[in-house]
Design a protein around this ligand. Structure first.
Ligand code: ADP
Length: 576
């Protein structure tokens, strides 16, 4: 049912439902002081519009659809948020707003999606999530753009087609290393959870069947208390056309449960960080040096640990964000257009002892089972924030539509209408975000400025305005003596208090929704713990509209990297 407002704007039934969720939340939360910021005006308008809704319809809850693969935590979070579960017996087949499942959707399902519906997968993304396709894709990008930026995937050979190339490389390296051993890992292309992986240094021990990849084994991982770990970084792509990428500022660190030892390559508990493996290890419950018991930390705890060793975690996070952007960019031009869908990826990143992030793989439908307290705190909130993020996007789309309808022209900024001021681009907003900022106007890291982390800010915030510090030399074994906590590094506060979208918007000046002269919308820089990492400045914003100008975007990333390297070098000189 479409609804027409008194001012003549038309909203679809689905749009109304989304607006009602805002309304309910807004009514539950104190409204910001009138005139306190321009976002207030936008939210107030939403309320007023909802007031015009025909009586009776306003209490209809949002509806989610599941299948037998939908993670339990998704269902419980949606129910907690007041959504209803779709029941085929009781409802019209099309009467749902979100369909969340583990497997992909058929193209026909994408084509037939209704304006009020949203799917949790985007077509064409499996090219990132199959190990062999990912390797081919990134290799292609490196060749095409001739940039060293793509050297974040360990050298990889796709079997069986690259077998002779691998053998040549193996013997070349063997000769170069003389008596020293070289290390390789062989992983089935389509399996997950560490299944079928072998690590070897002698080619005689290589056995493979089916499609797999052989990859250089990173044998100098950053160790925590002598244990290997990797990071699970969550990334939400809310759209490929235009490309819009958010990174989640909390995540998981997964530990091996036995001490790293290159002398025993057969020990999965020492070399693989999959929790599905380590959970069943004899040392899982044991209190392990620095790591403690279990095999998981939150990302915020890990970054706090790094800060305590004077590691520039802001710089590390920016490197990781760059890996994410470059990876998604590799498939972005070729994914088909699909409306009303998003993709939540799990990026597995291994950090080496030079603090270089290496991409291990990208996970489709990253695991959402709650196996320990760390999972509960991270994943529940992740789902809440994902819902906030897609909700924000739906609202923004509707506002864009309403703006067009109300003005009869796409060339009007709703933000301007509401506030009578401000920039069309979100980068001004970034500069107002204080410690939450991911990139400043030119995309460079945040300046040293903020001394305190506000009470309900994300506790991890590795992106806090830390002053640049010298990157520590190899950290395989951190010094035994406990370093002094530094005053400017805030103690972690977990769990993170949940901030609603409206509240967080209300708090931060300048986060506005607007329609650009080219009738594209500007993504919001933050939703819960999701932070926009692409586009990251005006140039990349421009290069992602009306077709993706990948070369231009890579040039911007190169500039940024160059600038950051110079800053690090300058800081080092100053410290000397
Ligand atoms: P799966 O999909 O089976 O989990 P991954 O590629 O994520 O496969 O590898 C599983 C684990 O093996 C990783 O979490 C990491 O600990 C280890 N690993 C994978 N590739 C490498 C590598 N190139 N160097 C070092 N360790 C690796």
């Amino acid at each position: 049912m479409d609804a027409t407002l008194t001012d003549g704007r038309v909203f679809s039934a689905g749009a109304w439902k989304l607006l009602f969720e805002s309304k309910r939340r807004a009514l539950g939360d104190p409204l910001p002081h009138p005139g306190s910021n321009r976002v207030y005006a936008v939210e107030k308008k939403t309320l007023l519009m909802a007031e015009d809704e025909p009586p009776g319809a306003s209490l209809k809850p949002l509806v989610f659809r599941v299948d037998e693969t939908t993670p339990e935590v998704v269902q419980s979070v949606l129910l907690e948020r007041g959504w209803s579960k779709f029941d085929q017996q009781e409802r019209n087949m099309e009467d749902w707003n979100l369909y969340w499942r583990t497997s992909s959707f058929r193209m026909a399902e994408h084509v037939n999606v209704k304006p009020w519906q949203c799917l949790n997968h985007h077509p064409g993304t499996t090219r990132l999530t199959r190990k062999d396709l990912l390797a081919k894709c990134l290799r292609h990008m490196e060749r095409l753009y001739g940039t060293p930026l793509y050297q974040f995937l360990p050298p990889t050979f796709v079997m069986p087609s690259d077998y002779s190339k691998f053998v040549a490389e193996y013997f070349k390296e063997k000769q170069a290393l003389d008596a020293k051993l070289s290390y390789w890992i062989c992983k089935p292309a389509e399996l997950s959870r560490g299944r079928g992986i072998i690590i070897f240094s002698d080619i005689k021990n290589l056995i493979f069947a089916n499609t797999c990849i052989i990859q250089k084994y990173i044998c100098n991982p950053l160790l925590v208390g002598r244990y290997k770990c990797d990071l699970r970084v969550y990334v939400c792509v809310t759209g490929f056309k235009p490309l819009t990428i958010y990174i989640y500022q909390e995540g998981l660190v997964r530990f091996a449960t036995e001490k790293f030892d290159l002398g025993n390559l057969q020990n999965s508990y020492a070399h693989l960080t999959n929790s599905s493996i380590n959970r069943s290890g004899a040392s899982y419950e044991k209190i392990k040096e620095v790591v403690g018991s279990g095999c998981k930390w939150t990302l915020s705890r890990f970054f706090s640990y790094l800060r305590s060793w004077d590691v520039d975690d802001l710089l590390l996070w920016q490197k990781i964000s760059r890996v994410v952007i470059l990876t998604v960019l590799a498939i972005a031009p070729s994914v088909p257009f699909a409306a009303n869908c998003f993709e939540l990826f799990g990026f597995d990143i291994l950090i080496d002892d030079n603090l270089k992030p290496w991409l291990m793989e990208v996970n489709y439908s990253p695991g959402l089972s709650l196996d320990c307290s760390v999972d509960v705190s991270v994943k529940r909130r992740l789902i809440h924030d994902t819902i906030e993020l897609i909700h924000l996007h739906s609202l923004r789309d509707e506002r864009k539509e309403s703006c067009r309808a109300a003005n009869g022209s796409p060339d009007v900024s709703l933000a301007r209408k509401d506030s009578g001021q401000g920039s069309d681009l979100p980068y001004e907003s970034f500069s107002q975000l204080g410690s939450r900022r991911a990139f400043s106007k030119d995309g460079t890291p945040g300046k040293r400025a903020v001394t305190e982390c506000p009470e309900n800010q994300h506790p991890c915030q590795p992106r806090e305005e830390l002053s640049r510090q010298e990157v520590r030399p190899p950290m395989r074994e951190p010094p035994k003596a406990k370093p002094k906590a530094r005053a400017r590094h805030q103690a972690l506060k977990t769990p993170i208090p949940r901030v609603s979208l409206i509240q967080s918007h209300g708090r931060e000046k300048g986060l506005t929704l607007c329609v650009q002269p080219d009738s594209s919308w500007v993504p919001g820089p933050q939703a819960g713990n999701f932070v926009l990492i692409f586009p990251f400045n005006e140039a990349t914003f421009g290069a992602s509209r009306n077709g993706l100008n990948v070369r231009r975007i890579i040039q911007e990333l190169e500039k940024l990297t160059h600038k950051q390297c110079s800053q690090v070098a300058e800081e080092k000189i100053k410290r000397k």
